[in-house]
Every structure is written in structure tokens, then in C-alpha cells.
Design a binder for this molecule. Structure first.
Ligand SMILES: [Zn+2]
Length: 397
């Protein structure tokens, strides 16, 4: 059994409410944290720290749980930089560019897809993301969705079957047939490699009936439900997700009162937020020059909010959770503490995990040491590389 002591922590974000000051962040000052066999074993005052095989000195910096990025698309080929440039020159985003990436992904070798997924996973890790969800959805044939999920499974256990990302061109005139394929042979082949099922429920993608059919089939195959909902305009996605007990409804940019009420109606009996999380993806609004979701309205209604990157080559090609934290604070009405919680504990809730996004004895030893004395600096110093060290599964990177 090997042990590692992270010593002389100036500010520790535990996300254990009531364990210290600072509300839901559970801030603790002047502590040390002992890791044994990939788990947090002990947290206490620096002066009481036990001996360990190795010791790293945090130098009074802030330490927080590794980020939990609960929404990312890392298995694809090509990029869409020219589409981005055109958009910045005034062309609106419609979601239609997904088909460009589908064509490139189908034409790519396994090794090409694998190299991109691993490169982006490494990029995210260096920026403090220790847990990441990865979706398929750029293959859209049985074979290409399965290989996408296999490759996703090499970089994370949080894999999501998104065969219903868009109706592929060859099914453009017969979407019912494509939904039949997704619910039938594609789901059958994909389910062993996936933990979750997801649908892009949006005008131009999948309507409420199609989305319900796919999510229900996925549930019957043992997968948990998440939904891309209400990104480009008002729609039925959020309420459908709530109806089906989704762990998370993602984007939530265009919500009406009934959507917010539906989410608030999933309140947990112990008063600690909602069972369906609203995952906000401000990188998408940034990269498509669109209005941001109103996080304040959701938080004030008692809805649990997560922040994630939506890393994908079309509408949000960033793997940086700190960037999303800064956007959420500046543009979406969140306090720095709310945004840091949403990017750690909130992401864990969106993945129904209680072993990550939190630092307490027994939790996974996934944490980041900042080059800053406080979590506030993540929003206060945007664009600055503040992630000094990352500990993942107890291993120092
Ligand atoms: Zn997405």
C-alpha cells in the first residue's frame, strides 16, 4: 500500500456541505490530505498530518476536486475551423455541420480516431479534468457507432450512445427508418459499450416522439438517460428528460417557466437539489455567438446545475473547464463558488457518481492543486493556466 500526503493546503474545496466554511464548497483552511491506494484516506490540520511514503507541498495554494466534465464529444475526425470563421463572419449556427464531421469520421481509420480521443483526453486532464463523459454520435452506422464507443471506452468509463445525434444524409427522407435502426440493431450492438443513451432533441434533429422512442429503448437496454435539450430554441427536450427520469438535460439555453418548474419538481427529498441536473455548456454559446443560458434562474428555482465543456469540433472546441467556469460567472449570473461546485460536484451529480467531485475519506483521489490561493481565481483570472498539478486515481501527473 503506497501513500501520498498533500501537505500545507491553504484552501481545500471539499464539496462536503457543513464540513467547514463556505457553504456548499465545504471550504477548509490549513489542512493536509492523505491518499492511500487511489482514495482519500484522511483530511485534517497540517500539524496533525500522518507520515506518508511521499509528500508534496501545496505551498498554501488552493486544492479542489478534479473537474467532472459530464458532456463531451471526443471521438471524431477532422475539424471545422473554417465553419467557425464563417460563423464569426455572420453565418448562423444550425447544427447542420454535424454531417460534415460524420463524413470525416466514417472515412477515418480506427487509429486516427483513437489518436484524437487520447489527445483530447490528455489535454483535458492537464487542465484538471479527472472524470469525463464521452459520446459517440459521429458514426451513425452500426459499425461506426460501435467503434466510436469502443474508443471512448479507452479514455473513460462514462460512455454515451448518441446514435441519435442527427439523421444521417442517407436517411434524410425517411427519419422513421433511421429511428428504427437506432432502436434496433444499432442499440443492440452499442449497448454493451455504453453506460448512457442520449438524443439531440431539437428542430432539425429529433422530435419529441422520436426522442422518446429512442430514450425508452435505451432505458430498456439498461442505459441511463441524458438529453441534448433546448439549445437552439424552445422545445420538448427538457420536459421529456424529466418525464423519463434523466440524470441530466444538457444545454437548457431556451427554457420557459414550465421547463424550470419541471426540473424543480425533481427535488430530492433531503433538500439537496434535484435528481435531474441542468448541465449548462457555455462553450457552445461562446463559439456560436449565441445568448447564454440563465443559470441564475435555475439556481434560484432550486435546480442542480452542472457545467461542462461540450467539447466537439463544431460548436465548442474547448476542453477547458476553467474557461467554462469563467464564462458562467461572467455571463450566466453564477457566483464563483456556484460555478466551481457545478464543475465538480454538479458534474458528478449529472453522472450519478458520489465517488468523484468531492474530497472526503473514501472518495477517489482526483484533485487539482492550483497556482492560486483560492478557488475564486478560476473566474478572476480567466485564460491563465492555473492548474499546477493534477492527481488522478491517486497518481500525480
Ligand atoms: Zn453535445
Amino acid at each position: 500500500m503506497s501513500s501520498l500526503l498533500v501537505d500545507d493546503i491553504g484552501e481545500l474545496v471539499t464539496n462536503v456541505a457543513g464540513s467547514g466554511a463556505g457553504g456548499p464548497l465545504g471550504l477548509r483552511r490549513d489542512v493536509a490530505l492523505l491518499v492511500e491506494d487511489g482514495r482519500v484516506a484522511w483530511i485534517g490540520p497540517t500539524r496533525d498530518a500522518p507520515a506518508a511514503d511521499r509528500r508534496i507541498d501545496a505551498g498554501r495554494a488552493a486544492v479542489l476536486p478534479g473537474f467532472v466534465d459530464s458532456h463531451a464529444h471526443l471521438v471524431f475526425a477532422g475539424d471545422r475551423a473554417t465553419e467557425f470563421a464563417a460563423r464569426m463572419a455572420g453565418r448562423p449556427y444550425t447544427g447542420g455541420g454535424i454531417r460534415t464531421t460524420v463524413a470525416a469520421t466514417r472515412a477515418a481509420t480506427d487509429d486516427d480516431l483513437r489518436a484524437t480521443a487520447h489527445r483530447l483526453r490528455g489535454e483535458a486532464l492537464r487542465q484538471g479534468t479527472t472524470t469525463i463523459e464521452v459520446k459517440s454520435g459521429y458514426g451513425l452506422t452500426v459499425a461506426d457507432e460501435v467503434r466510436s464507443l469502443r474508443i471512448a471506452g479507452e479514455v473513460t468509463r462514462e460512455t454515451t450512445f448518441l446514435g441519435a445525434h442527427v439523421v444521417p444524409a442517407e436517411y434524410a427522407d425517411r427519419p422513421d427508418d433511421y429511428v428504427g435502426l437506432v432502436c434496433g440493431p444499432m442499440l443492440h450492438a452499442a449497448a454493451p459499450y455504453a453506460r448512457w443513451v442520449d438524443v439531440f432533441c431539437e428542430r432539425g434533429a429529433f422530435d419529441a416522439d422520436h426522442a422518446r422512442a429512442i430514450l425508452t429503448c435505451g432505458q430498456a437496454a439498461g442505459l441511463g438517460v441524458r438529453v441534448h435539450a433546448n439549445q437552439l430554441g424552445p422545445g420538448p427536450g427538457v420536459r421529456l428528460g424529466v418525464e423519463l427520469g434523466a440524470a441530466s438535460v444538457d444545454h437548457c439555453t431556451h427554457l420557459d417557466d414550465a421547463d424550470v418548474d419541471a426540473l424543480a419538481g425533481t427535488a430530492r427529498p433531503d433538500g439537496t437539489g434535484t435528481t435531474t441536473v441542468a448541465t449548462l455548456l457555455p462553450g457552445a454559446e461562446f463559439s456560436t455567438r449565441s445568448p447564454y443560458p440563465d443559470a441564475r434562474r435555475l439556481l434560484d428555482a432550486g435546480v442542480t446545475v452542472a457545467l461542462a465543456t461540450d467539447c466537439n469540433p463544431g460548436s465548442s472546441y474547448t476542453s477547458s473547464v476553467p474557461f467554462c467556469v469563467a464564462l458562467a460567472v461572467r455571463e450566466m449570473g453564477m457566483t464563483p463558488a456556484e460555478a466551481v461546485w457545478a464543475a465538480t460536484a454538479g458534474g458528478a451529480r449529472a453522472l450519478r457518481r458520489d465517488d468523484v467531485g468531492v474530497l472526503r475519506p473514501g472518495a477517489r483521489a482526483d484533485l487539482v492543486i492550483l497556482d492560486a490561493p483560492s478557488h475564486l481565481h478560476l473566474a478572476y483570472r480567466p485564460g491563465v493556466p492555473l492548474i499546477r498539478r493534477v492527481l488522478h486515481d491517486g497518481v500525480l501527473l
